[in-house]
Design a protein around this ligand. Structure first.
Ligand code: DX5
Ligand code: ZN
Length: 238
């Protein structure tokens, strides 16, 4: 089970301290939301910020590109020190080239899907990805309520992974807290992004431990088998 605090909910005036707080609190990854003011109606971080984050941690940097033109950003974010780059299935057929490009840069490649988008748009890409990010809110802002209607997508992602004998991680992002984490983990999510649910907690260490415990206890039985599998992609990119 990977727990990935989303930096968007941190104290942005003290990013370095916040990254270290997450690391010391037992976070596995740091989730970094890149918003371009076009794909989503908000603006966040560029490659220089990711580079600054990389200079203060060895943690796995999970970079979520909510961008209309990710093709111009893949190399800059790879050079900045990202470990995983995730692009959206809403970009259509272009996603395939982007996924190849991310792999050619030596990084994990993720594909994200928004709540209103049908899962069939991801089907052609499943064999190309290391991570499938099921958005559990409409992207653009932190602190939004969890969209329960997205849970069948997590179940579908899990079912496909079993049936096709694939090993992509199943990540969830948006509105994840101590209440909602149980439902997503039960459905098969193994990579939990949480912004408000973790960074806004007074004691992040306790919060991560609690969230991990709920998630692990709710996970389907073969979680352990999957985590230990040698072909499991995460290990290749650690
Ligand atoms: C939403 C972002 C999320 C966001 C999650 O567009 O992709 O990563 O930071 O924040 P919470 O956990 O507060 O919903
Ligand atoms: Zn995100």
């Amino acid at each position: 089970m990977v727990i990935a605090p989303s930096l968007l909910a941190s104290n942005l005036g003290r990013i370095a301290d916040e990254v270290k707080r997450a690391e010391k609190s037992g976070a596995d990854w740091i989730h970094i939301d890149i918003m371009d003011g076009h794909f989503v109606p908000n603006l966040t971080f560029g490659p220089d910020i990711v580079k600054a984050i990389r200079s203060c941690t060895k943690m796995f940097l999970d970079v979520h590109l909510m961008c209309s033109k990710p093709e111009i950003l893949l190399e800059p974010f790879a050079e900045a020190g990202a470990n995983c780059l995730t692009v959206h299935t809403e970009l259509g057929a272009d996603a395939e080239l982007l996924l190849y490009k991310i792999h050619s840069l030596g990084l994990m490649a993720g594909l994200a899907i928004n709540p209103p988008t049908t899962m069939s748009t991801t089907e052609n890409f499943l064999k190309l990805i290391d991570l499938l990010l099921v958005m559990t809110v409409n992207p653009g802002y932190g602190g939004q309520p969890f969209v329960h209607e997205t849970v069948p997508k997590i179940l579908q992602a899990y079912k496909w992974r079993e049936e096709l004998n694939l090993s992509y991680r199943i990540e969830v992002d948006g509105g994840i807290n101590f209440e909602t984490v149980e439902e997503v983990a039960k459905a098969g999510a193994d990579t939990i992004v949480s912004g408000t649910g973790l960074f806004k907690q007074h004691n992040m260490k306790v919060a991560i431990k609690k969230m991990r415990k709920i998630a692990v206890n709710s996970a389907p039985n073969n979680q352990e088998k999957l985590e230990n599998s040698k072909k499991f992609t995460f290990e290749r990119f650690r």
